[in-house]
Ligand binder design. Structure first.
Ligand SMILES: Nc1ncnc2c1ncn2[C@@H]1O[C@H](COP(=O)(O)OP(=O)(O)OP(=O)(O)O)[C@@H](O)[C@H]1O
Length: 257
């Protein structure tokens, strides 16, 4: 089943001076269970495209559906969980209270909230940390908590905007492995924004290479490394060949103007 279907999508931001053509002619289909990454230079529209899927921005042309609905209907049906660049946890709430927030808004009763909080903190490796406050956890743990919050109402689709961009490489590697396991276990569809070629190749089933001004899809690269990907797969010729294709695509799509 198609989870996301974008056709000839356009988005122009009207600004005080010149309009910014953030997305142009985007055609993209994401199928159920895929892990699709958007990669491209800063300002090419990766975040904007993710925000259009999440109904946080309105396209100025073309069409898009999410789970067969408009983005607005999909948002209201809680079709997706969204993970931001920064963990965006409320500092005055404990980790479990932060994870509980969407569940409170959706009206789950106390027992069901507790069941889901425990299950999702366990899933992201934070069992036992529910009573801590965000500032008592490392950056990587805070980002795991924000993933637990996005997963707690069990959406089929996870939208992730550079969730590990601010973390050091060792923590990032570890969370990449954990995310891959979580994806295999839950069978969710993931759309993931990144600047990192190794991260995109390690995680994805397909990589969408974008180019700037206006933001377009330059190329979509299949990443058929199979579901079992230990970190040292990054040293294999297959991995390096895909990384090379992505780098070439980025170079070709970039005007260096
Ligand atoms: N609300 C807005 N108003 C005007 N211009 C905007 C707005 N949001 C984004 N833009 C512009 O649209 C373009 C695409 O931005 P976007 O944040 O999607 O890029 P990106 O590829 O995610 O960048 P980065 O990798 O740096 O996060 C940029 O030129 C940005 O300045």
């Amino acid at each position: 089943m198609n989870v996301i279907e974008a056709r000839n999508l356009d988005l122009v931001f009207e600004t005080a001076d010149t309009p910014v053509h953030a997305l142009k002619g985007i055609d993209l289909t994401v199928n159920s269970g895929e892990f699709v990454s958007f990669i491209g230079p800063s300002g090419c529209g990766k975040t904007t495209l993710l925000r259009v899927i999440a109904d946080l921005e309105q396209p100025t042309g073309g069409s898009i559906s999410v789970n067969g609905m408009t983005p607005d209907q999909a948002r209201q049906a809680r079709a997706y969980g969204y993970v931001f660049q920064a963990a965006a946890l409320y500092p005055w709430r404990t980790i479990e209270k932060n994870v509980a927030l969407p569940l409170e808004i959706m009206g789950f009763d106390r027992a069901e909230r507790k069941r889901r909080i425990d299950a999702n903190l366990e899933l992201v490796g934070l069992a036992g940390f529910g009573r801590k406050y965000p500032w008592q956890l490392s950056g990587g743990m805070q980002q795991r908590a924000s993933i637990a919050r996005a997963l707690c109402f069990d959406p089929d689709l996870l939208l992730m905007d550079e969730p590990f961009g601010a973390l050091d490489e060792i923590v990032r590697d570890h969370l990449n492995e954990e995310l891959l396991k979580l994806w295999a276990k839950t069978q969710k569809t993931v759309v993931f924004v990144t600047h990192s070629i190794p991260e995109a190749v390690f995680l994805s089933t397909r990589i969408v290479v974008m180019s700037p001004r206006p933001g377009r899809i330059h190329e979509i690269i299949d990443c058929d490394l199979g579901p079992d990907r230990p970190l040292d797969i990054r040293d294999t010729p297959e991995f390096l060949a895909i990384a090379h294709r992505v780098r070439e695509g980025l170079r070709a799509g970039h005007g260096y103007d």
